[in-house]
Design a protein around this ligand. Structure first.
Ligand code: PGA
Length: 254
């Protein structure tokens, strides 16, 4: 199965020239990677997307968010149709930093519905805020997944990628990265939930990625345990480190 190495640049870098250099570095490995069944995807800040559009034939580019409508009087929002018209092929939806800013799973479901219609593939993020000894986080993740996929058409599962991103493992304040076993346990839960929604055959074709403090040192351990890819924040801003993660995923796919 294809592996996806996604760079979520968040609100970095502040300078367009730096962003362009970073994109070019990833682009240098993108064609070879695809031949080896690894898709690197970069998700730069929204203002840079139009400038990157001409690169979209050689590297997959995604947005970090989009709105629930195709057009209209919605100041400051971005239409999924506008992303598609620039040649973008992916959009991250439901990232925990957006959920923390007030986005609900039903908002996410509404965004997914329009994004799918614009032929974008959706990278849907789910993950618990904290872990308890009793396993309540399983319910938290399952209900987040179900609510975010409310109304998702069974015929469109090829446009769906799930990223398991435990909130406690994300960013500078991470408690620790999750372990490959933490990922594996939740992946099984996600597959079970996806099977209930879409049937087993389709459910097992949906890529499930890991995200949260992925580094050059731990990336391979998630791939080895069966992750279909990685969603990478801080480390994706280091072009050499990101490219080396892409290359190690390529070796794994050989
Ligand atoms: P991080 O971010 O790799 O910096 O922890 C991951 C994410 O938020 O997608």
């Amino acid at each position: 199965m294809m592996k996806y190495i996604v760079g979520n640049w968040k609100m970095y870098p502040v300078n367009y020239e730096d962003a362009l250099m970073l994109a070019k570095k990833v682009k240098s490995v993108a064609v070879r990677a695809r031949l080896a069944k690894v898709t690197p995807i970069i998700c730069p800040p929204m203002p840079f997307l139009a400038g990157f559009a001409k690169m979209s034939s050689s590297i997959d580019i995604g947005a970090q968010n989009c709105f629930t409508e195709i057009e209209g009087a919605h100041t400051g929002e971005t239409s999924p149709a506008q992303l598609a018209s620039l040649g973008m092929s992916y959009v991250i939806l439901g990232h925990s930093e957006r959920r923390a800013a007030g986005e609900t799973s039903s908002d996410v479901a509404a965004k997914i519905e329009v994004a799918i219609k614009q032929k974008l593939s959706v990278i849907l993020c789910v993950g618990e805020k904290a872990r308890d000894g009793q396993g309540a986080y399983f319910n938290e993740i399952a209900s987040q997944l179900r609510a975010s996929l409310e109304g998702f058409p069974t015929t469109k599962t090829s446009q769906l990628i799930i990223a398991y991103e435990p909130v406690w493992a994300i960013g500078k304040n991470a408690v620790r990265p999750a372990t490959p076993e933490d990922f594996r346990e939740v992946e099984m839960l996600l597959r079970r939930e996806l099977s209930a929604l879409f049937g087993k055959t389709k459910a097992f074709k949906v890529p499930v990625l890991y995200g949260g403090s992925v580094s050059k040192d731990n990336a391979q351990s998630f791939i080895n345990i069966g992750a279909d890819g990685l969603l990478i924040g801080r480390t994706s801003l280091d072009g050499d480190a990101f490219v080396s993660i892409v290359k190690s995923a390529m070796r794994e796919s050989e």
